[in-house]
Design a binder for this molecule. Structure first.
Ligand SMILES: [Zn+2]
Length: 288
């Protein structure tokens, strides 16, 4: 199956945002006030040319993402701690057209979560069916959503996603529920909470491989293996449990693990390089 990695821009976050330090309120303070930043990281959108239609996973960052938002009161601090670099041409719509695909032909847009670097291109897909978890929807809409840091004022008026309630679904390996998207039963959505309360990941079965589009469950494959949790997530303990579940799944299946901001993700997708816990540990040992 043809799968495209489309980079919609870059993000730079504080080092304590990438790997959290401390607990509770202190953790957020460390994340937001850190003066050291990571290198520029990609913001990927994934496009699957499936026989049942085009599927887009996340929609990337919008051109105006650095514009300041003054509500809730902590928003300027969040925006200081995460900087973006992108152009209008880099938005997902124009980039799809550049590779010969029409945004109007997209059948499904699955959103791993609704942070602004994932929901910033909704406006390019007025004909698509959007899919969001019920927990993410509950946390991100209305005034409560704004208070939680979701920029729902930027969503198009017509944005009315299909809501998936994982709690009423059967387990999927270690994951607490699942939703099968396609008739071919080869694409499954699974709950991967932690970075955001309703975060989901997408697992595509391809021959003997499972390709996992992991959103922000971790920022890189290494951070998953080391079970290092970020400093902005809603619940570090839940995020760590999710890491353990993904690693458990990876023990039972050959998975290609693709976080949205992992500089190595595109190459792993193109060469179908599966996650190997042992290979990563060996690399680490060599580095020491
Ligand atoms: Zn993100």
């Amino acid at each position: 199956m043809k799968i495209h990695a489309i980079e919609t821009g870059k993000v730079k976050i504080t080092k304590n945002w990438r790997i959290g330090r401390g607990n509770g309120l202190m953790r957020f303070k460390n994340t937001l006030l850190d003066s050291e930043f990571t290198e520029w990281l990609p913001i990927y959108v994934w496009v699957i040319e499936h026989q049942e239609g085009l599927i887009v996973i996340d929609t990337g960052i919008p051109e105006d993402a650095n514009k300041h938002v003054w509500f809730p009161p902590f928003m300027p601090l969040v925006q200081r701690a995460a900087k973006f670099k992108m152009t209008a041409e880099q938005e997902v719509g124009p980039q799809l057209k550049k590779i010969g695909l029409s945004p109007d032909d997209v059948r499904w847009v699955v959103l791993t979560h609704l942070h602004q670097d994932h929901d910033g291109g909704l406006h390019h897909f007025p004909n698509a069916e959007f899919v969001v978890s019920s927990k993410e929807w509950e946390m991100s809409t209305g005034i409560k959503g704004r208070m939680n840091g979701y920029l729902n004022q930027r969503w198009p008026d017509w944005f009315k996603p299909r809501i998936i309630d994982f709690s009423s679904q059967e387990l999927f390996g270690p994951f607490a529920g699942h939703h099968t998207l396609t008739q071919a039963r080869d694409i499954h959505l699974v709950p991967t909470p932690g970075h955001s309360p309703g975060h989901l990941s997408v697992i595509l079965d391809e021959d003997d491989l499972s390709i996992m589009f992991a959103g922000d469950t971790s920022y890189t494959e290494e951070l998953l293996i080391e079970q290092k949790v970020d400093g902005i997530g809603a619940d570090p303990d839940v995020q760590q449990e999710t890491h353990q579940k993904i690693l458990e799944y990876a023990e039972q299946h050959r998975i290609v693990y693709l976080p949205s901001h992992d500089p190595g993700a595109k190459e792993r997708l193109e060469n179908r390089i599966p996650l190997s816990i042992n290979a990563n540990l060996e690399l680490e040992a060599q580095a020491v």
